[in-house]
Design a protein around this ligand. Sequence first.
Ligand code: FE
Length: 133
Amino acid sequence: MQYEINDQEVRSRLTDEQYFVTQHAGTERAFTGCYWDTKEEGKYHCIVCDAELFVSDTKFDSGTGWPSFFESAGTDSVIRKVDNSYGMTRIEALCAKCGAHLGHIFNDGPPPTGERYCMNSASLKLKPLDGQT
Ligand code: FE
């Protein structure tokens, strides 16, 4: 990882939910995060290390209650890892720069990729196009 995690430092500046989701592979409850229904234009960055992860153009309404994207920003911003927890085999999505847990990737997304990046709002920070945060 290019970004070294200092657990105490990260814990001190994140909310409990952001910390639990990103550092302990937690999942926010559906329809409770701040971005599941967001249609604002901008870029979604990692809440931990600020790496750019998604662009709003690739966000779609999946009906799941989690922010969903059909592709990541760039080809190497998100890394994949096989996740066998909870008796399922899923593909976990992690921030390539800092290793933060972001969510999971499924193969039932829309064109052009057919993929669905099912993310946690708690892992993301939207930087709107107008420059305000
Ligand atoms: Fe990160």
